[in-house]
Design a protein around this ligand. Sequence first.
Ligand code: GDP
Ligand code: ZN
Length: 347
Amino acid sequence: MLSADDSYRAKTRHRAKRLEKVRTRVKLGKALSEKAIPGTVMTSIGPSWLVNANDELFLCTVSGTVDSPHPFTIVTVGDVVWFEPDRESTLYGQPTGTIVKVAERVTLLSRRAAGRARKEQVLVANVDQLAIVVAAAQPAYHKRLIDRYLIAADKGDLRPLIIVNKVDLIPEEYRPDLVEDFAAYWDDLHIPVLFLSAETGEGFDEFKEVVDGASTLMAGPSGVGKSSIINTLSDARLRVGEISEMYSKGRHTTTAALVIPLPEGGSIVDSPGIREFGMWDLDKDELPYYFDEFAPFQNECRFAPCSHTHEPGCAVKQAVEEGKIDPERYESYVILLEGIDADDPRR
Ligand code: GDP
Ligand code: ZN
């Protein structure tokens, strides 16, 4: 069976290869002026980028001769940039600046842009983990959705973790059942599962250890407490909210992804566009490979390829019957497979 380490190494190789490809497009840049300072792009506000440099926020535009290794999405949320600050001129109460250089991206989450050209649109750069947030109650959680997010994390090369918020709503005597219900994730798949309450602060010490120093994208259905969790960690979201409100008065604006720096280093990324993403471009044949716990069995199936549904002599189904694969995870697999079938225009 592929260990968690092996699969992580494989992904890192994949990532390095992708970086190489990007690098070949780099045009040798102009020299940086002495005025330029580094910062992180937190969000977009209208035509400008909000850049955080040592906790000071600048509204920046992009220089006409920007030095960026990214020909299509020149700047995106999460990018590390160099910009020339201009504290004399302000916009919506913030000092302004001009972005002159964009750094290589370590990771990126993208989707195919709408329209026929199907260009890649980078939604957010430099995220390294995906926090899948659900509520213990109100609203009830659905494991199908968790499993979909796990596949998305795998596709985006993000380390997953599962957050079960609102544990304060569960009476003490039912807590062990709640923990047990997530056993397949931490036991079989070695995915961290954290039980939190944004209401009482329970579980936040452990949560901070997991997010400090990393860049964590928050995903999950609305109402589970993502905003409450973020506000508990940092007030940056509220500060950014004030600036974007000044901009958006009387305008129709879409909410952009937002990078929230954490006091101890690292950041939380809140992206409405990604919060409820589905599965892009998932092929029927590759689906079983996103279920790591099938790996030790699927070479033993009588037929190859095997969809692990109706075939006789299927080792995966047998493992489910013998309790070696979690039946709910298997059910997720079957439902997802049916979903792909339904979407497939060839059928
Ligand atoms: P989001 O849509 O995921 O960003 O969720 P919000 O942060 O807006 O929270 C939705 C609702 O759940 C709000 O009314 C919050 O006050 C409430 N809420 C958030 N976290 C908790 C929690 O840990 N316990 C309880 N009881 N309520 C919470
Ligand atoms: Zn099979």
